[in-house]
Design a protein around this ligand. Structure first.
Ligand SMILES: [Zn+2]
Length: 309
């Protein structure tokens, strides 16, 4: 499982940073890629990666500001041009209004898609668990921005324990249907009367990963709730230390506030994105240094950077 950052800049693109988008690559888990936000130029960034647009099965939008959604019509249209490839449907989750934005853009530009889009719109009253599959559950909660904006908590379900085949062989269990029974947790008795307890041959289930991806926000308790015990918290850092007042006025956070959220939530790792073009590279290292005084395992991400979870 990896996160690849497609755009890590705030507000408008710069040479170094495109506007917001990231890909949660779940190829080993479910052979899918989930996009979070889709700022203008996201499809160009994708061209520089190994991500295949038809693998993008779900898109989650945090809020309707342009730097988070203007790339959608272009991405959706280009996704249609994958000739001779299976055109799989796509799900879009986001605040109410996202459907009308997408359908209007497609209609007035005469764009026709050979696949279906299923929209899942929500507002303040319909948040909480927004998606559950056999492997993942996704929750959304409202943050504190200048317009309705949400953060997402993606929870992988616990992974089943694995069968220790070598140990079974050593215990004299013949390879075959008995292996299947033991794997399903059933105790068995061998022909010679030996009892094999399934629990002795299956490793303990491993806890699933928790990934928290927030939209633009002031510091708020909702961010902490979404990030409780997260393996990775992706948090905006539009401003730096000392800019708390201006951050508040513009509906954003500083690096220090992001670090406080990570600390309060007991997250394992903090990735800062949504970085203003005002910051030069020496400022970026300062952003990290300052944040690390509050939360040590912090990193300021770059466009196209890939982080293993
Ligand atoms: Zn915004």
């Amino acid at each position: 499982m990896d996160i690849q950052f497609l755009g890590t800049g705030a507000g408008q693109p710069s040479k170094a940073r495109n506007v917001s988008s990231l890909a949660l690559k779940l190829l080993d888990e479910i052979n899918e890629v989930w996009l979070f936000d889709c700022g203008e130029g996201t499809q160009n960034r994708i061209l520089e990666t190994t991500i295949r647009p038809r693998k993008v099965s779900k898109i989650f939008i945090t809020h309707l500001h342009g730097d988070h959604i203007f790339g959608l019509p272009g991405f959706l249209s280009s996704r249609a041009f994958q000739a001779n490839k299976e055109q799989t449907d796509l799900e879009i989750y986001g605040p109410r209004g996202i459907k009308s934005f997408v359908l209007t853009s497609l209609r007035v530009s005469g764009s026709r898609l050979p696949y279906k889009i299923h929209f899942h719109e929500f507002n303040q009253d319909s948040l909480g668990k927004i998606l559950e599959t056999d492997k993942f559950t996704v929750y959304a909660e409202e943050l504190d921005h200048t317009i309705f904006c949400v953060g997402y908590r993606v929870m992988q379900k616990d992974l089943e324990g694995t069968l220790d085949a070598e140990k079974l062989k050593a215990a004299g269990v013949p390879f075959g249907p008995l292996f299947g029974k033991i794997k399903n947790g059933q105790d068995v008795i061998l022909e010679d009367g030996t009892e094999i307890k399934a629990a002795d041959y299956i490793s303990a289930p491993r806890p699933g990963k928790i990934i928290t991806i927030l939209g633009d926000t002031r510091k708020t308790n909702a961010s902490v709730r979404l990030a409780v015990n997260a393996d990775v918290l992706v948090h905006e850092s539009t401003y730096g230390k000392g800019d708390e007042k201006i951050a508040r006025n513009h509906g954003h956070s500083t690096n220090m506030q992001a670090a406080q959220v990570a600390t309060e939530a007991g997250a394992k790792r903090l990735l800062l994105n949504h970085i203003s073009a005002r910051f030069l590279s020496k400022d970026i290292s300062q952003l990290k240094k300052d944040a690390a005084t509050v939360f040590e395992n912090v990193h300021v991400v770059k466009d196209l950077e890939e982080v293993e979870i």
